[in-house]
Design a protein. Structure first.
Length: 108
């Protein structure tokens, strides 16, 4: 009768509001704060100025958007960076590798 049911969202229980890590909220808050400060300091005479001022907040919001199979866009970017910058030639040294020294010792 020892049936254990592990909920599918156990990782989400460790996240803030079920979606965000603390770093995600710091990043989002920093981007929004920079955009707010720029909105208050620069006169908004045209649409292009408003768009340029909102770029920091929108960029940070884009990075922390939750997506399936990954945590967010920032996680995908970090995973791609580590994939392309790390070694991609893996040397197999498992139990079934035929090492020349081991084969010669066993045949004697």
């Amino acid at each position: 009768m020892n049936n254990y049911l592990i909920p599918a969202n156990t990782k989400r229980g460790t996240l803030i509001l079920g979606w965000f890590k603390p770093f995600d909220l710091i990043l989002l808050g920093t981007g929004v704060l920079i955009s707010l400060v720029l909105l208050m300091t620069f006169p908004m005479a045209s649409t292009w100025q408003v768009i340029i001022v909102l770029i920091p907040g929108l960029t940070c919001a884009f990075l922390v958007i939750p997506i399936p199979n990954y945590h967010n866009i920032l996680t995908i970017i970090i995973e791609c960076y580590t994939f392309f910058t790390n070694r991609r030639r893996f040397i197999w040294k498992g139990w079934c590798v035929k090492d020349v020294k081991d084969v010669q010792k066993r045949s004697n």
